[in-house]
Design a protein around this ligand. Structure first.
Ligand SMILES: [Zn+2]
Length: 208
């Protein structure tokens, strides 16, 4: 480990132990093996990877992000998902600006690089009209996505955390509307892996 890491007292974002490798410690590297459920892969459960998600999201831990992207790409390859492009569930531009970089996009870019397929920003998030905002509870706003143009037929859709799956579903539906025939998922952390069985992976697919 470089002396400078020890100097700054960096800890592993997963277990909180000494950081003996860049981004994530060696013991966690060995223990964390991505899982596959249906047409999705994920590195671990949210309750275990909360620290990693935070490190990537708020502390811009690029080394941990790059490591996670590599693991997820390996799992996508092993699963035989034939993806033509890798994209991400977008946020509003102002949020991305505030944060500097947007973890789902960085994760998608890293996975695309490892797989050797194009990284593409296929979706954007639409603004709500004032009437929609008034009508609905602020915390229950629908998440509306629109395609930037035609989508390739097979796309890997990346997000940092999957909770209910509602956001992923909306984003996948926007990809189907743009011509995608198969959507695969890749996540850093998943709250409940059972939800992965109910995601839509093709137009008219499961769980609606
Ligand atoms: Zn660790």
């Amino acid at each position: 480990m470089p002396w400078i890491d020890r100097f700054f007292g960096l800890r592993c974002p997963v277990c909180g132990g000494d950081l003996d490798a860049p981004g994530v410690c060696l013991a966690c590297r060995e223990e964390l093996v991505p899982e596959r459920v249906d047409q999705a892969v994920y590195l671990g459960r949210y309750r275990r990877l909360r620290g990693l998600v935070r490190a990537v999201k708020y502390r811009r831990n690029r080394l941990a992000l790059a490591w996670a992207a590599g693991r997820l790409a390996d799992r996508v390859r092993a699963a035989g998902f034939g993806v033509e492009a890798v994209t991400f569930v977008p946020t509003f531009p102002w949020r991305a600006l505030l944060r500097g970089q947007y973890p789902p996009a960085e994760l998608a870019r890293g996975i695309a690089g490892e797989l050797g397929v194009p990284f593409r920003a296929l979706l954007y998030r639409r603004r709500y009209t004032p009437s929609q905002t008034r009508r609905r509870n602020r915390h229950r706003l629908p998440q509306v996505f629109a395609p930037r143009g035609p989508a390739p037929s097979s796309v890997l859709l990346v997000d940092d955390v999957l909770t209910t799956g509602a956001t992923f579903r909306r984003a996948a539906e926007a990809l189907f509307a743009a011509g995608a025939e198969r959507v695969y998922g890749a996540f850093l952390a998943v709250a409940d892996p059972g939800r992965l069985r109910r995601l839509p992976y093709n137009p008219g697919g499961a769980g609606r």
